[in-house]
Design a protein around this ligand. Structure first.
Ligand code: KG4
Ligand code: ZN
Length: 357
């Protein structure tokens, strides 16, 4: 019996400090032995967004005991670890540097390989944890910083089919929440308020709904909600805004996912069509159920990571580490933090004014 690799993953790209130990079972399925996530919600909630300097300080204060706890919880000893994988980007450079330096130092002191990981690749591979999932698949990544459709062909091999040209979807949820007086990050609260509201009361814009392929845009929604939120008189008004916003997002995602299905078909002829939805917003139950129905209609198998693996965590970083370890794709100890690190390096930059779609 071959010894299965034991990988330590470390995540500190934004406002979660996380560490995790994973391995593989006899069937080759990645298994989480421990996953510790410490969120900084209280540190940032009064500021309406993540404050980089405060986030970095908090990572520094917590990183060593979080890694220690992940090792303790896993039932393994530090000497059992075969490689350390840390997020190297994209993210806030002051935050990335904490987990990256810690991971490099630990790997170096244990004399084991160090592996740098793209945070987005972590989200992309998160559904592989505890299950059997093979390439290729179509991925919708919806997080606080990114919103993209990608064809995932293998580790390190991505083709971007569509992207947001302005705000990320999680950002749009958080901005709407802020206008309704909900503290950061308010995305999950919008979903709860929406249940009590009338989704047809406000007609919100659907930017680039009928053009731009499966590219997306959400900035116009914020402007529209800013206008109507000035007339909020009671709680029901807030519920109706939340419900109208949630419904508009579902309409946009439905249409754009149908286009992404078509585009994926053009570049990949696969028998088993698989659609994976990952990132923090993939925790939204109504989005999940709408996309599930769409998959049934289009003969796609749908895969959502469990709710606790949708948001930022280190098990997904260890997951990428495990795949890279198996193909010996190690990193040197001078590997830099990369604030910008797209999965598809060949895709055009599509953000800002004057973007041609
Ligand atoms: O993937 P993630 O944890 O962090 C990033 O890499 O960005 O995503 C966080 C984002 C936040 O914007 C948060 O408000 C949003 O995901 N989010 C949700 C829900 N849960 C988290 N948005 C809508 N509905 C939810 N249930
Ligand atoms: Zn993330």
């Amino acid at each position: 019996m071959n010894k299965k690799p034991i990988i330590l993953g470390i995540e500190s790209s934004c406002d979660e400090t996380a560490a995790s130990i994973i391995t593989e079972n006899e069937q080759g399925i990645p298994i989480i032995l421990s996953s510790v996530v410490s969120s900084q919600v209280e540190v940032h909630e009064d500021f309406g967004g993540v404050v980089p300097e405060l986030a970095a300080r908090s990572h520094i204060e917590k990183i060593d005991w979080i890694v220690q706890r992940a090792i303790d919880d896993s039932g393994k000893k530090i000497e059992d670890i075969d490689a350390v994988a840390s997020t190297a980007g994209p993210g806030l450079i002051v935050c990335l540097s904490v987990g990256l330096s810690f991971g490099k130092s630990l790997a170096s002191s244990l004399n084991i390989p160090f592996i740098s990981v793209n945070h987005l690749e972590g989200h992309a591979l998160s559904p592989k944890l505890n299950s059997k999932l093979s390439y290729p698949y179509l991925l919708l990544l919806i997080s606080g910083g990114h919103t993209q459709f990608l064809a995932v062909n293998g580790i390190g091999s991505y083709k971007r089919l569509g992207t947001t040209i302005d705000d990320a979807l999680g950002e749009a949820f958080d901005k709407t929440a802020k206008l309704l007086g909900i503290k950061f990050p308010g995305g999950p609260q919008i979903e709860i308020l929406a249940e009590k509201g009338n989704p047809n009361r406000f007609q919100l814009p659907k930017p680039i709904f009928n053009k731009g392929g499966c590219n997306l845009s959400f900035a116009g929604l914020k402007t529209a909600i800013l206008k109507i939120s000035k007339d909020i008189k009671n709680e029901q008004d807030k519920f109706d805004i939340a419900a109208s916003f949630q419904k508009t997002i579902e309409d946009i995602l439905k249409k754009k996912t149908e286009i992404a299905f078509d585009e994926f078909k053009k570049i990949k002829t696969v028998e088993n069509k698989i659609f994976v939805v990952a990132g923090g917003v993939a925790a939204n139950k109504k989005i999940r159920s709408m996309l599930t129905k769409l998959c049934h209609k289009n003969n796609y198998k749908h895969i959502f990571p469990p709710i606790d693996l949708c948001g930022d965590n280190a098990a997904m970083i260890a997951m990428v580490g495990l795949e890279k370890f198996k193909i010996k794709q190690f990193s040197n100890l001078d590997y830099p933090a990369k604030p910008r690190w797209p999965l598809d390096e060949n895709a055009a930059f599509l953000k800002g004014a004057g973007v041609q779609l």
